[in-house]
Design a protein around this ligand. Sequence first.
Ligand code: 13P
Length: 256
Amino acid sequence: MTTSRKLVAGNWKMNLLREEALALTAEIKGMMTTDVSSACQIILFPPFVHLTSIVQLCSDNTRIAVGAQDCSEFSFGAYTGQVSAEMIKSCGATHVLIGHSERRALCAESNEMVRMKIQQALKSGLTPVLCIGESLAQRENGLAFSTVNHQLEEGLFSLPATDVAKVIIAYEPVWAIGTGLSATPEQAQEMHAYIRGQIAKHIGDKAAAFSSILYGGSCTPENAPSLFSKPDIDGGLIGGASLKSRPFIDIVKAIG
Ligand code: 13P
């Protein structure tokens, strides 16, 4: 991957059968050559079972990275159904989503588990993409910033600065995910600037300026240009709109 902060990632969640996943990847790959400026980098996050095939399909394109949607907090052993960071790495993937709000809500993932997963990912040489964000109730009660700070403090900031610097952050307000109700560019920028400020306290201003902070939550080709025009929004983590090549590529084009 590039050293640039700018990137767009597609989180396919639990969607797409094998043939559909391969077809979508082939379309995206083609459009990355024909439609998108050579500076743009993307990451695809397919379900585990498609990882190896999609890594192979993208192996001749240095602008497309592939990652998993989760990893275990453990290295190996009797954890039926779990997948370790090292296994993901051995499939050729380079990134892993950690602490997505759906996993926090549906699988009761705590900040402590999130921190352990980040450690596993880094130990295996994967780049973690740490997902954080407040619920609607937390925002309405004026707790958006303290919630996000708590997630960073417990999930990330106890790690050494050199590790913190390697982590990509995805700010995904829970109320914006899959609802069609994106944060406004101003709301997102305010939170991204706050997150970068908190990171700067731990790793310094200079290093924090290189941290990628992505926005996620009902991102579309229509709202991406205004979101990505903000100084602290370095790209997007896209759910629904990443399941079709045209809207996904149009969002990628919005990072310029
Ligand atoms: P949507 O783009 O469907 O709102 O999902 C965002 C998301 O959860 C990406 O991880």
